[in-house]
Design a protein around this ligand. Structure first.
Ligand code: NAI
Length: 422
C-alpha cells in the first residue's frame, strides 16, 4: 500500500500504468462523454469548483472524473463500496491529478475515513452513489453544508435515501437523481447490471449457467436485466417480488413467480437486486438446497441475511477469491459470492463502458445544470431535466450511426388535435 499524508490513499502506485491503459480502453466505448469532454474543456463550466465524488472507482468512472477535471473542476474521489475499487484505476487517477482515496477490500473504518478525506476538500458539488457521502456530510459536517451548491446521486438506493432525507426536512441542498433519467436506468440498470451480474457470478465461480435454476429477487430495472440475460444463457429463471404490478410483469414476461421461501427450495443460484433488507431471510435459508450459490447485486450487502447464514453454519472456509463456503449444521453447503456485496463490481468490472457513457454524460450535464441554476434551486431531489436526458439519447444514437424519423408538421398538428376523431 502506498499512502501519503493528504493527496491520496491507494493500494500501489505501481499499478498506475495498467490503469491508464484500461481507462483508455473504456474511453473507446464512451463516445457521448468524449464529445462532452471536448466541449467542457473549451467552455470550463466547472472552473473554480471543488467536486467530491463517492462512486465505484472503475475505468468508466475515471473517464467521468477526467471530464470534470477537463471542465475546470478540482476533483477528489472515494469508493462507494468497500469492494468495488479497481486499484490500478485509482493509482492512474492520482497520476492524472485526481485525489483518490480508495483501496479494494478496505474495511468499514477505512471506507469512512476515505469519505472524510474527500469531504475535507470542502466540496461545492457532491457526486454520490448510494448516499453515504451525503449522509456523512449532513450528519457529521453540517459546517461544510454552506459551501455546497448542489449534488448528484447515481443509484436507486441513494435516490430512495435522499427522498427520505428530503421528506424529513433534513436534506440541505439540491440533488439531481441521475438514476431517474431514462438514459440511465433503462440501460445501465437493465443491460449493465443484467450482463455484469452474470459476469461477476461466472468469474467468481466458473459455473455453467445453462440448465440451472436461477432465482432473481426483485423485478425492477436491474432484476429485469438479470432475468432476461440469465434466460438467454439457458437458466430456468424464477422471480420473487413484493410489488404486485412488477410480479405480474414478470409473469407475463414468462417467468414463474413465487415467494422466496418456496423459490429457495429449487434454486441453484439466487441473485438479489431489491435495494431492500433480507430478500433472502432466515426462513428462506432453512429451505436452501445443498450447493446453492448466493449473490447480491443490490447496492448494500443487506439483501442476504448473512448473519442468519453465519449463525446456522458450523464451518466456513474460503474456496476461491470470491467464494465462501458455509456448511450448515445439517451438512448442506451454501456458497456466498463476494461476501454478499455487489457481485458485478466485486468479482467483475461493473457495467460495460457503453452504458456508463450515458449515465455519466447525465452526471456531467447535471452538474453543469446545477451550477447554471445556482441560487434558484430548492433543497430537494430533482429529476434530470428531460432535455438533458433526450440530448444524451440523441448523442448516443448519433455515435451508433443510427438515424430516426422526426414528426412532420402535419403529424405534430395531428398529435395536438382533440376535436376530430374517426
Ligand atoms: P427498482 O426499485 O427498480 O427494483 C427493485 C425491485 O425489488 C422492486 O420491484 C421491488 O418491489 C422489489 N423488492 C423490494 N423488496 C423485495 C423483496 N424483499 N423481495 C422481492 N422483491 C423485492 O430498483 P433497481 O433500479 O432495480 O435497483 C435495485 C438495487 O440495485 C438498488 O439497490 C440499486 O441501487 C442497485 N443497483 C446496482 C447496480 C449494480 O451495479 N450492481 C446498478 C444499478 C442499481
Amino acid at each position: 500500500m502506498t499512502t501519503t499524508e493528504s493527496r491520496y490513499d491507494v493500494k500501489d502506485m505501481v499499478l498506475a500504468a495498467k490503469g491508464h491503459d484500461r481507462i483508455a480502453w473504456a474511453e473507446r466505448d464512451m463516445p457521448v462523454l468524449r464529445q462532452l469532454t471536448e466541449r467542457l474543456a473549451a467552455e470550463q463550466p466547472y472552473a473554480g469548483m471543488r467536486i467530491a465524488a463517492c462512486l465505484h472507482v472503475t475505468t468508466e468512472t475515471a473517464n467521468l472524473m477526467l471530464a470534470l477535471q477537463a471542465g475546470g473542476a478540482q476533483v477528489a474521489i472515494c469508493a462507494s463500496n468497500p469492494l468495488s475499487t479497481q486499484d490500478d484505476v485509482a493509482a492512474a487517477l492520482v497520476e492524472r491529478g485526481i485525489a483518490a482515496y480508495c483501496v479494494k477490500g478496505e474495511d468499514s473504518d477505512r471506507y469512512y475515513s476515505h469519505i472524510e478525506s474527500v469531504l475535507a476538500t470542502r466540496p461545492h458539488i457532491t457526486m454520490d452513489d448510494g448516499a453515504d457521502l451525503v449522509s456523512t456530510l449532513h450528519l457529521k459536517h453540517p459546517d461544510l453544508l454552506s459551501n455546497v451548491v448542489g449534488g448528484t446521486e447515481e443509484t436507486t438506493t441513494g435516490v430512495n435515501r435522499l427522498r427520505v432525507m428530503a421528506s424529513e426536512g433534513e436534506l440541505k441542498y439540491p440533488i439531481v437523481a441521475i438514476n431517474e433519467a431514462l438514459t440511465k436506468h433503462m440501460f445501465d440498470n437493465r443491460y449493465g447490471t443484467g450482463q455484469s451480474t452474470l459476469d461477476g457470478i461466472v468469474r467468481a465461480t466458473n459455473v455453467l449457467l445453462a440448465g440451472r435454476v436461477l432465482v432473481v429477487a426483485g423485478y425492477g430495472w436491474c432484476g429485469k436485466g438479470v432475468a432476461s440475460r440469465a434466460r438467454g444463457l439457458g437458466c430456468h429463471v424464477v422471480v420473487t417480488e413484493v410489488d404486485p404490478t412488477r410480479a405480474l410483469e414478470a409473469v407475463m414476461d414468462g417467468f414463474p413467480v413465487m415467494p422466496m421461501e418456496q423459490a429457495a427450495r429449487v434454486a441453484d443460484i439466487i441473485v438479489t437486486v431489491t435495494g431492500g433488507l433480507h430478500a433472502v431471510g432466515a426462513a428462506a435459508i432453512t429451505n436452501l438446497k445443498d450447493g446453492v450459490m448466493l449473490a447480491n447485486s443490490g447496492h448494500f450487502n443487506d439483501e442476504l441475511d448473512i448473519e442468519a447464514l453465519s449463525n446456522s453454519a458450523k464451518t466456513r472456509r474460503r474456496l476461491r477469491e470470491f467464494v465462501e463456503e458455509y456448511e450448515l449444521e445439517d451438512g448442506r453447503r451454501v456458497y456466498l459470492i463476494a461476501d454478499g456485496r455487489l457481485v458485478n463490481l466485486s468479482a467483475a468490472e461493473g457495467h460495460p463502458a457503453s452504458v456508463m457513457d450515458m449515465s455519466f454524460a447525465n452526471q456531467a450535464l447535471a452538474v453543469e445544470w446545477v451550477l447554471a441554476n445556482r441560487g434558484s434551486l430548492e433543497p430537494r431531489v430533482y429529476d434530470v431535466p428531460t432535455d438533458i436526458d433526450q440530448q444524451v439519447a440523441r448523442l448516443k444514437l448519433e455515435s451508433l450511426g443510427i438515424h430516426i424519423d422526426s414528426l412532420t408538421e402535419a403529424q405534430q398538428g395531428y398529435a395536438a388535435e382533440w376535436r376530430s376523431g374517426t
